[in-house]
Design a protein around this ligand. Structure first.
Ligand code: DU
Ligand code: SF4
Length: 220
C-alpha cells in the first residue's frame, strides 16, 4: 500500500459520528469570508515528504483551515506561523501554504495529526483519539525513515505516548521536552495556534529553536 492509497481510504472514514457531523456542519455553514468556497469537510490526509525523518504531529484539523482546504495547517493562522518557520529552516520550498496545488513541497518533513477530522472546540474525545490512532499506525508504517516526532501541544504529545504504550506520568509535556520512544525521539513544543503565538507564549524564536533541535535529533 502506498501513502496515496492510504489517504484515498482515509478520506472516506466515518468512524467518529460526532466528528463526521461537525466537519460537515462547518462545511455547510462556513465562515462568512469563505462563503463562496467549497469546504473539504472530510478527514485531512498527511502532507509532505514520504522520505521524511521528522514527523510533525498536530492535534486536529482547524474548522476553517484544513477542514476547508484539505491540507494540514493550510488556510489559517496556525499555518501562517508554521510554514514560514519551516521555510526558514530549509524544510519547505516556499513560506506560504494557501491551498493544495500551490506548489508547496516539504523536504525531510511530513505533517499529520492525532485526529484527522475537525472537532468542536478543537477538543477530540479520548475515544476519538484512540479511534484515529488506527490511521496513525498505518501512516507510520508507510513513513519508514521517521526519527523524530515533533508534537505540537500536550494532546499530540500524549497521543504519541499512548501510541507507544508509554505512561504519561513519566513523560510530562513541557515546551522543549525530549524523550526516547523506541528508536525515535519525541520532541514537543507548544502548539502553533493563534492563541499561543498572539500572546507570546510561543514566539518565532522559540519555534525556530525547536525546529533546529528536531533537525539535529534527526541528523538533518
Ligand atoms: O507528486 P508527488 O511528488 O508524489 O507529490 C505529492 C504531494 O506530496 C505533493 O502535494 C507534494 C508533496 N510532497 C512533498 O511535499 N515533498 C516531497 O518530497 C514529495 C512530495
Ligand atoms: Fe476517521 Fe480519524 Fe475522522 Fe475519526 S477522526 S472519523 S477515525 S479520520
Amino acid at each position: 500500500m502506498s501513502l496515496e492509497a492510504l489517504y484515498a481510504r482515509l478520506t472516506t472514514c466515518r468512524a467518529c459520528p460526532r466528528l463526521v457531523a461537525w466537519r460537515e456542519q462547518v462545511g455547510r455553514e462556513k465562515r462568512a469570508a469563505f462563503r463562496n468556497t467549497q469546504y473539504w469537510a472530510k478527514p485531512v490526509p498527511g502532507f509532505g515528504d514520504p522520505m521524511a525523518r521528522i514527523l510533525i504531529f498536530g492535534l486536529a484539523p482547524g474548522a476553517h483551515g484544513s477542514n476547508r482546504t484539505g491540507r494540514p495547517f493550510t488556510g489559517d493562522a496556525s499555518g501562517d506561523f508554521l510554514y514560514p518557520a519551516l521555510y526558514r529552516a530549509g524544510l519547505a520550498s516556499q513560506p506560504t501554504s494557501s491551498h493544495p496545488g500551490d506548489g508547496l513541497r516539504l523536504e525531510g518533513v511530513h505533517i499529520t495529526a492525532a485526529v484527522r477530522c475537525a472537532p468542536p472546540q478543537n477538543k477530540p474525545s479520548p475515544l476519538e483519539l484512540r479511534t484515529c490512532a488506527n490511521w496513525t499506525a498505518q501512516e507510520l508504517a508507510l513513513l519508514p525513515h521517521i526519527r523524530v516526532y515533533l508534537a505540537l501541544g500536550q494532546i499530540a504529545h500524549q497521543a504519541l505516548l499512548a501510541y507507544h504504550g508509554l505512561p504519561k506520568a513519566h513523560h510530562p509535556f513541557r515546551h522543549g521536552s525530549e524523550y526516547r520512544v523506541g528508536e525515535r525521539f519525541l520532541l514537543s513544543s507548544y502548539h502553533v495556534s493563534r492563541q499561543n503565538t498572539n500572546t507570546g507564549r510561543l514566539t518565532t524564536a522559540m519555534f525556530e529553536a525547536i525546529l533546529e533541535r528536531a533537525k539535529t535529533l534527526a541528523e538533518i
